[in-house]
Design a protein around this ligand. Structure first.
Ligand code: SAH
Ligand code: SF4
Length: 346
C-alpha cells in the first residue's frame, strides 16, 4: 500500500518554538500564533490542523500544505483486561513500531520505542531479532507519547524509554524529543518522571551524565559476570560490566538520581543463590535499586523461573541488603511486556 501523501510532509514537531515563530513571521503571521499552535499540539494532542479552531482558515491551510501534525498511523490496537493498551504504529515509510500504555493506580506510563528493530540483538529479545532497520525521528518518538494521551484523554504521568530499540544508539533524536516533552512551554512533563533504559552503551551513558538532566537511568545488566553476560548480548555491542558500572556511577553523581539495575530472570541461567549474592553486592556498591523482570517468552529458549522462585530470589537480594522489586506482569494477553515488542508488519 502507498503511504499516505500527508505522511511525506515534515512533521511540525520537528520545529523548535523559535523556528515555528520564524516560519510564522515569514508568512506575515503574529508571533502569538506560535503559542496557540503549541497549545493545540502539546496540550490538546490534536492530529489535524483543521481542529486548531482559533487559527484563521488561511493559516490552517498554510500549515496543512507545509506540514503534517502527526507522524503515526495506528495500524492495530490491542487492549488487555488490566488496562494495558498496545499500538502498532505505522511510520511515514511504512515501517512499524509498538507503543504500550500501562495503567497502574494513578500512574499512566507510556513505554515508547526509539528505533525500528535494534542492533544490540540480545538473545531473549524480540525487538533485536532482525537487527536494526532505522532510528526514529524525534517527532515519531514524541507522537507515541501524544498517542497515549489521546487515548487516555489525559496527560500521561510517566514515560519509560523501554520499547523497541536501544535509546542510547539514537540520542541524536531522543534528546530533542525529551527536551520538548520536558519543556514547560510544550508538553511540560517533569524529567524525574522519565526513565531511560539501556543495555549499557557506555559513551551514551557518559553523554547523558554530562547533560545533568534528572532523567532516571536503568541499566539492563542481566548478568553479574562477563562470561554469563556474553551469552546474552553479542560481542559487537557489549561493553564490559566494570565500564558500565563506572559510567553509571558517574551518571548518578552528575544527575543525582538513583540508578536501577534491570535483571531479566532466566530459569537455570542467572537465578541461583550465588547470582543473587553477586547482584546484591554490585547494586549496593552502586547505590542502585534492582528491578527483576521474569523473562517473557521470546526468540531464545530462555524462560522465567516459577513465580515462587522469583520471589525467593528477590528475598535473597533483600536479605543481602539490596533494594529489589519484582515486576508484575502487565498486558500478558496482548504480548505487551518487556522484550516482546517487535517490528510486526502485517
Ligand atoms: N534497549 C533497551 C531498552 C528496551 S528493552 C534495553 O535493553 O535496556 C527494555 C527491557 O526489557 C530491558 O531491560 C531488556 O533487557 C528487557 N527485555 C528484553 N527482552 C526481554 C524478555 N524476553 N523478557 C524480559 N525482559 C526482556
Ligand atoms: Fe535491543 Fe534492548 Fe532488545 Fe537488547 S533488550 S535487543 S538492547 S531492545
Amino acid at each position: 500500500m502507498e503511504p499516505d501523501s500527508n505522511l511525506i510532509l515534515p512533521n511540525i514537531k520537528l520545529l523548535t518554538f523559535a523556528e515555528l515563530q520564524a516560519f510564522l513571521h515569514q508568512h506575515g503571521e503574529a508571533a502569538y500564533r506560535a503559542e496557540q499552535i503549541w497549545h493545540w499540539l502539546y496540550d490538546k494532542w490534536i492530529n489535524d490542523f483543521d481542529e486548531m479552531r482559533n487559527l484563521p482558515t488561511a493559516l490552517r491551510q498554510t500549515l496543512q500544505a507545509e506540514f503534517r501534525a502527526f507522524s503515526l498511523r495506528v495500524k492495530d490496537k490491542q487492549s488487555a483486561t488490566d488496562g494495558t493498551v498496545k499500538w502498532l504504529c505505522e511510520l511515514g515509510d511504512g515501517l512499524c513500531v509498538e507503543t504500550v500504555l500501562i495503567r497502574s493506580g494513578k500512574r499512566n506510563t507510556v513505554c515508547i520505542s526509539t528505533q525500528v528493530g535494534c542492533q544490540v540483538r540480545c538473545v531473549f529479545c524480540a525487538s533485536g531479532k532482525n537487527g536494526l532497520k532505522r532510528n526514529l525521528q524525534s517527532c515519531e518518538i514524541i507522537d507515541q507519547v501524544l498517542l497515549a494521551c489521546q487515548c487516555l484523554q489525559e496527560k500521561v504521568s510517566n514515560i519509560v524509554v523501554m520499547g523497541m530499540g536501544e535509546p542510547l544508539h539514537n540520542l541524536e533524536n531522543l534528546l530533542p524529543a525529551l527536551e520538548l516533552l520536558c519543556s514547560a512551554e510544550a508538553f511540560g512533563l517533569s524529567a524525574r518522571n522519565i526513565t531511560i533504559s539501556t543495555s549499557g552503551i557506555v559513551p551514551g551513558i557518559k553523554k547523558l551524565a554530562e547533560l545533568q538532566r534528572p532523567w532516571n537511568l536503568a541499566i539492563s545488566l542481566h548478568a553479574t559476570n562477563e562470561e554469563q553476560r556474553r551469552q546474552l548480548i553479542p560481542d559487537a555491542q557489549r561493553y564490559p560490566i566494570e565500564e558500565i558500572l563506572a559510567a553509571c556511577q558517574y551518571h548518578s553523581q552528575r544527575c543525582n538520581r538513583m540508578p536501577t539495575l534491570e535483571y531479566a530472570l532466566l530459569q537455570g541461567f542467572n537465578d541461583s543463590a550465588q547470582d543473587a549474592a553477586r547482584l546484591a553486592r554490585l547494586a549496593k556498591k552502586l547505590h542502585a535499586k534492582i528491578n527483576l523482570i521474569p523473562c517473557n517468552p521470546g526468540p531464545s529458549k530462555h524462560r522465567a523461573p516459577t513465580f515462587s522462585h522469583c520471589q525467593r530470589f528477590q528475598e535473597l537480594l533483600r536479605q543481602a541488603g539490596a533494594k529489589a522489586t519484582l515486576r508484575v506482569r502487565k498486558g500478558d494477553s496482548i504480548q505487551a511486556a518487556c522484550g516482546q515488542l517487535q517490528e510486526r508488519n502485517q
